[in-house]
Design a protein. Structure first.
Length: 233
């Protein structure tokens, strides 16, 4: 029976030797069918993984916000024909804060084997380096865009951190990182701890935990950089 491989990608420009096992390259090389968010990004990743891969021999199925339910239902057609299928994330691990979860759900429903491959997860790596509770944590994705709703959500997450002893993890679109940071510092209590994790696994990696009060004295430059925010008591 065909297998669905969940293939992690890099979190930015860095050496694959640093973040991806050699086994991943072998599996990627053997696959001919991929579900991807962006074909151009996927082609670049595959060529970097193995320059010998013949890109024109591959079939790509695009899964993004524009994919219709009818298109999605056809993505497993190679597997029904006996061919293995790979799911590539734009960055990090597929199906985690990623539309690839829909393909995995279909594969599980049809009793196909699903194999997650080892690779970088910015969510877990930032939590590991934060010093926060790794036994109980929640990744809540993007917060509301409207300022009033965002402030309300920040207070809710902060309350969880204190009352449930739970680490709270969230992200923002890179060009709005500084606005997010300013709002966190404005809304959260002075003694609440905030971890800022930027450019994880890259040469410019920056992961630091301070209290809200301490962060106010010196703001890091987060503009247009992939960033994860974590708050805890």
């Amino acid at each position: 029976m065909a297998t669905l491989y969940l293939i992690p990608t890099s979190l930015g420009e860095c050496s694959f030797d640093k973040i991806l096992p050699a086994q991943n390259t072998q599996i990627v090389t053997d696959l001919k069918h991929f579900v991807v968010e962006d074909v151009r990004t996927a082609r670049r990743f595959l060529k970097k993984a193995n320059p010998a891969i013949e890109i024109n021999d591959l079939t790509f199925y695009v899964l993004n916000q524009h994919t219709t339910p009818e298109e999605l239902s056809s993505f497993l057609s190679p597997m029904f024909a006996g061919h293995d299928l790979g799911v590539l994330s734009e960055a990090g691990c597929p199906a985690i804060a990623d539309p690839g979860a829909d393909v995995v759900a279909m594969a599980q429903k049809n009793n196909f084997t699903v194999v997650p491959l080892v690779g970088p997860s910015s969510i877990l790596l930032s939590l590991m380096a934060s010093g926060f509770n790794g036994q109980s944590f929640a990744f809540v994705g993007y917060l509301p865009i409207q300022p009033a709703d965002r402030a309300k959500m920040l207070r809710k997450l902060e309350n969880r951190a204190y009352t449930e002893n739970q680490s709270q993890i969230f992200i923002e679109t890179p060009y709005r990182n500084m606005k997010m940071l300013e709002e966190i510092l404005q809304v959260c209590q002075p003694n609440t701890r905030l971890c800022i994790a930027v450019d994880i696994t890259l040469e410019t990696e920056f992961i630091k935990t301070k209290t809200v009060k301490e962060w106010k004295t010196q703001l890091p430059d987060l503009s247009k950089r992939p960033c994860i925010f974590l708050i805890y008591k």
